[in-house]
Design a binder for this molecule. Structure first.
Ligand code: NI
Length: 185
């Protein structure tokens, strides 16, 4: 089932999401719905707060990039109770977008390597260092779990340049190809 994507301005995007355990009701269905919602909107990642749930669940699909990045062939992963433990010192600037902020694309500077801890769909624990494009996507998605969106990480000037678009999102005046839920309206 395709879920509506909550747009910038929705308070749930500012919540710090909570860890869950295997008793979380209908988790398998939620994860399946999140993949369907992400695929329908042509996203590479989706965090549960973006479908209105303040829990630490993220889905990622990098297979769509595998023509240019073959290492991500068939790469579809679910991250539960995801946390960034530490980051490397080197940073890189890269353009990002977000399904909750349609029409905005800005460069964001982030560490190139991160140490993450999470559980997979079967609640097996993972603890690893990640780099490359996946590290970028994880940082963007895990930010959602801590109440951050990528425009929090751009300069005040760039944010000002996007103010009209951001206001339109809050007010429900953004046109979008997929189903969304704005704060007003
Ligand atoms: Ni996002």
């Amino acid at each position: 089932m395709i879920l509506p994507i909550y747009l910038y301005g929705q308070p749930v995007l500012r919540d710090v999401a909570k860890d869950i355990d295997a008793t979380y009701p209908e988790l398998k269905k939620l994860v399946a719905d999140m993949y369907e919602t992400m695929d329908n909107a042509d996203g590479v990642g989706l965090a549960a707060p973006q479908v209105g749930l303040p829990i630490r669940v993220v889905v990622v699909n990098l297979d769509v990039l595998s023509d240019s990045m073959p290492e991500y062939k068939d790469f579809r992963r679910t991250y539960i109770n995801a946390h960034i433990i530490e980051t490397g010192e080197e940073t890189v600037s890269m353009e990002e977008g977000c399904l909750s902020l349609p029409g905005i694309h800005e460069n964001v500077k982030r560490p190139t390597k991160i140490h993450v801890r999470y559980m997979d769909e079967d609640f097996n624990e993972h603890d690893e260092w990640v780099e490359g494009y996946l590290a970028r996507v994880m940082q963007h998605e895990f930010d959602h779990l801590d109440g951050h969106v990528f425009v929090d990480r751009i300069s005040p000037l760039r944010r000002q340049m996007n103010k009209r678009k951001l206001t339109a999102m809050v007010e429900g005046k953004t046109r979008c190809d997929y189903k969304v839920k704005s704060y007003k309206k």
